[in-house]
Design a protein around this ligand. Sequence first.
Ligand code: ATP
Ligand code: MG
Length: 630
Amino acid sequence: MTTYKEFHQYSIDKPNEFWTEQAQLVDWKEPFTQVCDYSRPPFAKWFVGGKTNLCHNAVDRHAAKRPNDRALIFVSTETDEEKIYSFAELQREVERMAAIYKSLGVKRGDRVLIYMPMIAQACFAILASARIGAIHSVVFGGFASGSLATRIDDAKPVLIVSSDAGMRGGKAVPYKHLLDGAIELAEHKPAKVLMVDRGLDKGFNKVAGRDVDYATLRAEFMDAQVPCEWMESSEPSYILYTSGTTGKPKGVQRDTGGYAVALASSMKHIYCGGEGETYFSTSDIGWVVGHSYIIYGPLIAGMATVMYEGTPLRPDPGIWWQIVEKYKVNVMFSAPTAARVLKKQDPAYMHKYDLSSLKHIFMAGEPLDQPTHEWFMNELQKPVIDNYWQTETGWPMLAALPGVEKTPIKFGSPSFPVYGYNLKIYREDGSECGANEKGIAAVVPPLPPGCLTTVWGQDDRFISTYFTLFKEPLVYSSFDWAIMDDDGYFTILGRTDDVINVARHRLGTREIEEAIQNHAAIAEVAVVGVEDKLKGQVPMAFAVVKDASKVATPELVKALEKEVFATVDGILGAIGRPVRVHFVTGLPKTRSGKMLRRSLQALAEGRDPGDLTTIDDPSTLEQIRNALAS
Ligand code: ATP
Ligand code: MG
């Protein structure tokens, strides 16, 4: 028996021994010759020389031993479909998809962009890419043409896999239509677009020579056998973009071997899931949780994974628990927003179903507030485990490790640093904080296996973005405030940059500002996140118009606000739309020209605007107050 503390200490003191043991959880075609090459800080290469393949570990090795066990459970409450794929069936579908890719000219190292709803074919598309050594880049379906175009131009895919439409809350989202708009906007044009036609958007546009039909091609490759490409451990497996506070999203690049080991190890020590069990993550494949804990993690562990298209409330608020009962889900993963939504429903929906299969529920993505944490755990009578991490890290940085030791849960805390992460809290001068002192959470490199290896195509940006918090010491900055209590439990207090978190969709304030700025009438705009009981946060905009006569009457104000909404919808999608656009003649800025965002946000939330000694024009705040009061 090891304690959490000993386990963590061992991983930091003896990383070579520790990670060599963890690496036994995956199959290697050729063994690695060096555990970690850290000769070029802060770049780390894990399991150097080792050859493996993510798809082999997720699918083939289980299909060989347990072909008829469940692998993928697709459930859509939007189209009333349910389909189960065994490991053998999943492998055949992935091989068909891989054969299609090859027929369309996709080669090892090429990018495949996946812009798809939560359907089984999206899972095939991801795994087929890994199988042939292509690099996938999944873009969340909630993003509209503008955001998608930026990602197309950065990743330069040879192939885009998409679908006619997705469904959310009973309404169709026209994916293909948005994709066509994005390709139009993008400078880079993909050679082929592979379309999974669900028959949801009968009139979708087909571009001759470019768009090809999945069902037709699949029929040609029914018996295709496509072997796995053996990848050197540090060869990239995928790119995934963060939400992009700086306006231009960062393409997080993930390796192959390090990621496989990190996920396999996390399934054992954090999530406690194993062969023959079932995992249900309510996230989306467009987010990092979807990559790590809908697709790769559970499958690598030999579990069945549930892919769910639908909301937590339709057909009724019992739907998740119905899925747990029906498929005997053992491990669940969700987000605090969802818990807050469920908290508003009649708890009878939760108690109606047999949840005895369920061991743990994990929550991540944003702070899980103490009252919600406590409520959820009391209602479910199961451990609800908060875990903190980032797109960049790919797997938890802070979490309890029930697979190692069952430490008590403290409400509102994601517990302790996870093994492999030498995580500390720093003051802004680079010295370490003591207990109960707020500072910035940072990781002493090398980052453990599974974390980003660089920013796609921009090594310099990898360093300048993440490793320049201090001159000394060299650390990876999380950009989140954190605090540790006397018992070693951590709490995340929010981020040091400005990101708005709307119902677990993260949007940079800057991204929304840039979208609004596309409206010809707008001169300047500031967007802040304002607290919202249900969604966590909602964006609110304060805009200065170029021509004051455009907002001279309440009718004109309403009309312009509507136009701005439409502009944002067109660029970012409705998730980026602010709740209000307040028109003012000036914005509060420091004398050096920096927006006083915190003050704006404080006023919008009815709080004290804080330290204003550096404000350039105090009258701007009066205007904001008046605008908010009206
Ligand atoms: P960008 O880097 O472009 O701004 P993002 O940081 O919003 O994107 P993610 O990587 O999905 O996108 O989110 C990671 C962030 O989410 C963390 O840095 C933290 O602020 C927050 N977060 C995630 N999990 C938790 C948690 N359990 N508790 C508190 N905050 C969390
Ligand atoms: Mg971030």
